[in-house]
Design a protein around this ligand. Structure first.
Ligand code: PEP
Length: 253
C-alpha cells in the first residue's frame, strides 16, 4: 500500500519565531482535522529543524524533513550539513535534487546519487525531485528529460535502497508560477515515472513508491490532482507557508 504524503517545503522563508508559530498552527490543525491516513512532512530551513521537530514530536502524523544534505559524511566542507547530523536532530526525510538546487547550486546527477546514498545509509527517506523546464515540454521532450533524470541518479541504487525512495515530480514551469500542471498532465507523467521505475527496480517496489506532484499546488486544485491514480500526494512550496492552506491541501485526499 502506497503512503499518501503531503510535504511542505518552506525554502528560505521565516524567522525562528515565525517558523515555530507556523508549525504549531499546522500541528494543531492536523490534530483536530486530519484523519490518520496521510503522512504530513514539514521541511524548515536547517537552523530551525530541531525546534520544529520537537514541537511535532507528540503528533504521529507529522514528520520532519531537511531541504538538502551534503554528499560527504564529514570533514572540511564549510557550510555543508551531513546526513548523520540531520539524523541526530530527528530528521526523517530529505528533499534531494530540487530544481532550485540543480539550477542555482549546479547539483548534477552524480552528486544527487551520492546524496541519495548518504541519506538512505542513515535510515532516512529521500524525496527525489525531478521535472522538466518549459522548453523541454514545449518541444515535447518532457518524458525523455524526466526519464533521464531518474535514470542518471537512481539506477545505481539497489532494490533495497530504492524501497526507501519517494519521488516528487515538479515541472519547473509550474513551480512558484501559479501555473499548475493539469491533473491529466500530472497523471500521465506520474504513470510514466512509475513505468520507468519498474524497469530499473522490482515491479512491486515501483508500484509501492509514492510519487508526489509539486508545482503551484493549492487548496483549489489539490483534490483533483490527488484523485489521479498515480498521484500519491504533493510537495508544496508557497501554500505550505500558510497553515490554513497547507492543512486544506492535506485534507484534499
Ligand atoms: C516547490 O518548490 O517544491 C514547489 C512545489 O513550489 P510551489 O508550490 O510554490 O510551486
Amino acid at each position: 500500500m502506497r503512503k499518501r504524503i503531503v510535504a511542505g517545503n518552506w525554502k528560505m522563508n521565516k524567522t525562528y519565531e515565525e517558523a515555530l508559530s507556523l508549525v504549531s498552527e499546522i500541528d494543531n490543525m492536523v490534530k483536530d482535522e486530519v484523519n490518520g491516513d496521510v503522512t504530513v512532512i514539514v521541511a524548515p530551513p536547517f537552523p530551525f529543524l530541531q525546534s520544529v521537530g520537537k514541537l511535532t514530536q507528540g503528533n504521529d502524523l507529522m514528520h520532519l524533513a531537511a531541504q538538502n544534505v551534503s554528499e560527504h559524511d564529514s570533514g572540511a566542507y564549510t557550510g555543508e550539513v551531513s546526513a548523520s547530523m540531520l539524523k541526530s536532530v530527528g530528521v526523517q526525510y530529505v528533499i534531494i535534487g530540487h530544481s532550485e538546487r540543480r539550477m542555482y547550486h549546479h547539483e548534477d546527477a552524480q552528486a544527487l546519487y551520492k546524496k541519495l546514498k548518504a541519506t538512505i545509509a542513515q535510515g532516512m527517506t529521500p524525496i527525489f525531485c525531478c521535472g522538466e523546464p518549459l522548453e523541454e515540454r514545449d518541444a515535447d521532450r518532457h518524458f525523455e528529460y524526466v526519464g533521464k533524470q531518474l535514470h542518471d541518479s537512481l539506477s545505481y541504487l539497489s532494490n533495497e535502497e530504492f524501497d526507501k525512495v519517494v519521488i516528487a515530480y515538479e515541472p519547473i514551469w509550474a513551480i512558484g508560477t501559479g501555473r499548475t500542471a493539469s491533473s491529466q498532465q500530472a497523471q500521465e507523467m506520474h504513470a510514466y515515472i512509475r513505468e520507468q521505475l519498474s524497469r530499473m527496480f522490482d515491479a512491486e517496489a515501483a508500484f509501492n513508491c509514492s510519487i508526489l506532484y509539486g508545482g503551484s499546488c493549492n487548496p483549489g486544485n489539490a483534490k483533483e490532482l490527488f484523485a489521479q491514480p498515480d498521484v500519491d500526494g504533493g510537495l508544496i512550496g508557497g501554500a505550505s507557508l500558510k497553515s490554513r492552506d497547507f492543512t486544506d491541501i492535506i485534507k484534499s485526499f
